[in-house]
Design a protein around this ligand. Structure first.
Ligand code: ZN
Ligand code: ZN
Length: 277
């Protein structure tokens, strides 16, 4: 879907980043090659602007508040799982957009526009790689992903190869990893309900499948429970194993979503000792 804007035709794209050159407009961090990347693009004869984002950092233009994920260009070349992810992100952002009070919304979009103009000026030389990409190249990327998916599947049949281990373990030394495995095995005997009440007692999030609950508890037991984000005081910073940083996704307060995107080093956040219940 393309919509007219002041600068020209505007549209969104979803691709696996073809290079690691672009930085995210929200968090300023580099977007890794092959990482899922969402973009707002304006395309006009003499004017071309691309604003790239990590999928989790994407900022929705008000013009797309009624778009569906199928209106996003190239989305069909993503894996099924990533298509679902893009759909969820879009719908979450649209829900937030609707929830804002009309007056607030107007003020917000105005100040956003001003900011946008400024960043466009700084943006001049940033010419795009997506649009130059031929169909064939895109197909190759899609093929590569399929291959990757099959390899991943094959790996999960083998027991505990290194690639399977939880992302958080990149911060662990060898004895800590052994302890982690031991705790994992012990917790396997508990029900999901028991695991959740353990997390609740320690003020940790109870979302995720059983394996994820176990990993979270094991990490809390060994290193302590992560504090909430000191910047927005509501978000729960999420670990990114590739960049080895914690990033705050923001949080939903009573009425609206609070954006944060604050990034923390592995040792920046306080760890509160785990309490057994
Ligand atoms: Zn980002
Ligand atoms: Zn935060």
């Amino acid at each position: 879907m393309k919509v007219p804007s002041l600068e020209g035709e505007m549209f969104m794209t979803a691709v696996y980043a073809p290079s690691a050159r672009a930085s995210c407009r929200s968090c300023q961090a580099k977007i890794a090659k092959d990482e899922l990347r969402l973009s707002n693009i304006v395309d006009e004869d003499h004017y071309h602007q691309q604003l790239h984002y990590h999928a989790d950092c994407f900022q929705l233009k008000p013009d797309f508040k009624n778009a569906t994920y199928k209106d996003i260009f190239h989305v069909e070349n993503l894996t099924k799982a990533d298509q679902e992810k893009v759909k969820a992100i879009l719908e979450k952002l649209q829900k937030m957009e609707y929830k804002k009070k009309p007056q607030q919304k107007k003020a917000n979009s105005k100040s956003k526009n001003n900011k946008q103009k400024k960043s466009e000026l700084e943006d001049g030389g940033d010419s795009g790689d997506d649009n130059k990409k031929t169909k064939k190249q895109r197909k190759e990327v899609a093929k590569k992903d399929k291959k990757l998916e099959t390899t991943k599947k094959a790996e999960s049949y083998e027991s505990q190869s290194d690639e399977d281990e939880p992302g958080i373990l990149v911060l662990y030394d060898k004895p800590q990893k052994e302890e982690f495995r031991k705790i994992q095995q012990d917790l396997e005997k508990k029900t999901a309900g028991q695991l959740k009440s353990m997390l609740k007692a320690n003020d940790q999030t109870q979302m995720g499948n059983k394996a994820e609950l176990i990993e979270r508890i094991a990490d809390c037991m060994i290193k302590g429970c992560l504090e909430k984000c000191p910047n927005c005081s509501g978000g729960r910073p999420k670990f990114n194993p590739t960049q080895k940083v914690f990033k705050c996704p923001g949080y939903m307060d009573d009425t609206e979503f609070r954006f944060c995107n604050k990034v923390y080093g592995p040792k920046d956040l306080k760890r509160i000792p785990w309490v057994d219940v």
